[in-house]
Design a protein. Structure first.
Length: 202
């Protein structure tokens, strides 16, 4: 335990020196989420309206080593920063997703609206979206109190965003950005973070 703590401090020291613009709060959040697990992620917990807040990135280590988790959090934060401008250009920063109790969903990106159905898998903590055209995409989902993270296999991200949100613009031109992340980080999943919208008082 003491060894892991020392190694973790070395990671943070390296980050502060070589990546001064890194968001340490985001890194710590990623480590805490990995430690806590997905106990809060249930079918009931995803119901509600969720507003986009930031890109999300997950990197799998294949083990539970604390140092590996910290290192991946650093890399993920860098990738998220890289994606911010892309998401803004697409308009994903305006995205709103509502999961209804009856298994239907609606999305909105500005004036663009779309809807379909979803299925929650409790075993692997995933949500499978089915659009009106019958196209399906599966995302990993993690809920922590009032926030949610949805991540897709990186090579499916752009297609999933376009299908699920009904976005009609040309987003394939951003494929180069996604491919560069695929080449840089093995086992990367990309998506977005959302914050739950509070119910309006009557």
């Amino acid at each position: 335990m003491k060894r892991n703590f020392i190694l973790l401090m070395l990671v943070f020291y390296t980050v502060s020196v070589s990546v001064q613009a890194q968001d340490i709060k985001s890194i710590l959040t990623g480590i805490v989420q990995s430690a806590v697990g997905d106990n809060l992620t249930t079918e009931a917990s995803i119901v509600g309206t969720w507003n986009y807040t930031a890109p999300a990135c997950e990197l799998s280590t294949g083990n539970d080593d604390l140092l590996a988790t910290a290192g991946n959090s650093v890399a993920a934060t860098a990738a998220e920063s890289y994606l911010t401008k892309v998401y803004q250009k697409i308009g994903l920063d305006q995205c709103v997703i509502t999961f209804n109790e009856d298994g239907t969903y609606t999305t909105g990106m500005g004036k663009v609206k779309s809807n379909g159905t979803y299925t929650f898998n409790a075993q692997d903590k995933s949500v499978t979206f089915k659009t009106k055209l019958g196209i399906t995409f599966t995302a990993k989902v993690a809920v922590t109190i009032n926030s949610m993270t949805l991540t897709f296999n990186a090579d499916k991200l752009l297609a999933a965003v376009k299908a699920i949100t009904g976005y009609a613009g040309n987003i394939t031109k951003y494929a180069k950005t996604i491919n560069s992340l695929l080449e840089k980080y093995e086992g990367i999943s990309l998506g977005f973070q959302l914050k739950k919208q509070r119910d309006k008082l009557a």
